[in-house]
Design a protein around this ligand. Structure first.
Ligand SMILES: [Zn+2]
Length: 485
């Protein structure tokens, strides 16, 4: 396998300003923004319900149904069970070109159950929680879609608006199967967002990753009376982990390898015949990820041979890096600056100050929620998202809104806490209004969409053809099985 077949360009050149990149603002958007403000309490209630459901990947039945019912009630045609994913859906309004899609996620994370209070307090020990704010993500996207639909109706705007409900972002690669199965084939531009601790348009290039579960199979035996008859599946896991830990020294800079042992046997006096280790490999360049992943698989093979065990591999996800689109990012930046941030009430400030004193916090001034960060394009990011795959096939733009107290890390109990109260709901409406405005500008400017598409073509380079390491396999609907009580 060739390494770095496609060189990474970390900082993209600033494209020359053209008329296409400064479209006239969409007409008559004030009533749309006003209606979204007026519906803020309703959407806070929707988000709070999904926060309470806290359903993990591919199990988001109630969350998906609630979002669908909001869309159906607003007059969207809703198709469910898309791309072999029972909780995925596509809600549509209008017809013809352009086709503009808004993405919405709604899955929670195992083990992050937390009440909406500024100290660590699980609602139910070991249960799931919305540590990545996807309850806000899905709800804001539905709100934006409903606001935009009404704007289209009032102003007789031509085109198709879709709200695409995308399950299992956290490790299940829900969008990857949707991209592979053609859900985005006729889409001209995609608008998304993600909860965060600041208001900014996301110009960073996230990390590509591949993940999977290696299940080792051995022979069970009495560990003291007949050890010679046994072959330990845990030995297979440990030998593999030892080899991949050596590998860390001999991989390109910026590579990340993580694993957790998801089954390490049950009792020391029984030679375990089953064991499982769950791996992630990440790097900003998919070519590097594929190469390192191949070497991790070789470690599993070697471990199995050496320990007299066998293994099988369940590939759980493979996602591309997020490819920024500067043309769309400028449109969204303008929209975000028009919407602006928000300030805390005295109660919210007290909540935030207490949260900032908790463990693992980097104190950032609380006033940043009122600001909009300047646009930066192309810097390397540390996270991964399956929005990445979408961004390689359709021009895609996404923002962050300050739904978390400044300084909060994603996937933390502090994120769950703020996401379950008014701080999260206020940030969510910043995102909803910004996405609706972005959509209105895109529907009003075919030239912008054309420029965004040609930018995508040049960033991908000649000869790019989308393919996923997941091949033809079905969505791994059981990948979270056993992860929640
Ligand atoms: Zn997330």
């Amino acid at each position: 396998m060739r390494l770095l077949a496609r060189p990474i360009v970390l900082v993209f050149a600033v494209a020359s300003t053209t008329a296409a990149q400064t479209p006239r603002p969409a007409v008559n958007t004030a009533p749309m923004l006003g209606a979204l403000d007026a519906a803020a309490t309703r959407y806070a209630d929707v988000a709070k319900q999904i926060w309470t459901f806290a359903e993990v990947g591919y199990m988001e039945e109630k969350s998906s149904a609630l979002l669908q019912s909001e869309l159906t009630g607003a007059g969207f045609r809703v198709k469910t069970g898309v791309a072999g994913e029972p909780t995925a859906f596509v809600a549509e309004f209008g017809s013809g070109k352009p086709v503009i899609a808004i993405l919405g996620e709604f899955d929670a994370l195992p083990g992050l159950s937390q009440d909406a209070v500024p100290e660590r307090k699980p609602i139910r020990a070991g249960a799931a929680g919305h540590g990545c704010g996807h309850h806000l993500f899905g709800t804001a996207s539905v709100a934006a879609a409903i606001g935009l639909k009404r704007w289209m109706e009032t102003n007789k705007v031509q085109g198709t608006l879709r709200m695409i409900g995308t399950p299992a972002e956290e490790g299940g690669a829900g969008k990857v199967y949707m991209v592979r199965d053609g859900v985005f084939d006729d889409v001209d531009a995609v608008i998304a967002w993600h909860p965060g601790d600041e208001n900014s348009v996301t110009g960073e290039r996230t990390m590509a990753n591949i993940s999977g579960k290696f299940r080792f199979h051995g022979v069970s035996a009495h560990a003291a009376a007949a050890p010679e008859r046994g072959r330990s599946a845990v030995d297979g896991v440990e030998a593999m982990d030892a080899m991949t830990n050596m590998l860390r020294e001999h991989v390109p800079d910026g590579t990340r390898i993580h694993y957790v042992i998801t089954n390490g046997g049950r009792a020391p006096n029984v030679v375990p015949d089953e064991a499982e280790v769950y791996y992630y490999v990440r790097h900003v360049d998919m070519a590097v990820v594929k190469d390192v992943w191949g070497r991790v698989v070789n470690a599993a093979k070697g471990a199995a041979i050496g320990t007299g065990t066998t293994y099988d591999l369940q590939l759980t996800a493979s996602v591309y890096s997020l490819l920024p689109n500067e043309v769309l990012a400028k449109v969204q930046q303008r929209a975000l600056e028009q919407v602006g941030g928000y300030t805390y009430t005295a109660d919210e400030r007290a909540f935030a100050e207490r949260l900032q004193k908790s463990d693992a916090f980097t104190a950032v001034p609380l006033e940043t929620t009122a600001k909009v960060q300047p646009l930066r394009i192309g810097q390397p990011g540390a996270a991964s998202t399956d929005v990445g795959d979408v961004s390689w096939v359709v021009p895609t733009v996404q923002l962050s809104a300050a739904t978390w107290v400044p300084g909060t890390a994603a996937h933390s109990w502090q994120a769950v806490a703020a996401g379950g109260m008014s701080i999260g709901f206020k940030g969510m409406m910043v995102a909803a209004k910004t996405m609706a405005l972005t959509g209105a500008e895109l529907f009003s400017s075919p030239a912008t969409i054309a420029a965004a598409k040609s930018e995508l073509a040049s960033r991908r380079g000649p000869g790019f053809r989308y393919e996923t390491a997941l091949g033809t396999q079905a969505p791994q609907l059981d990948y979270r099985k056993g992860s929640v009580p």
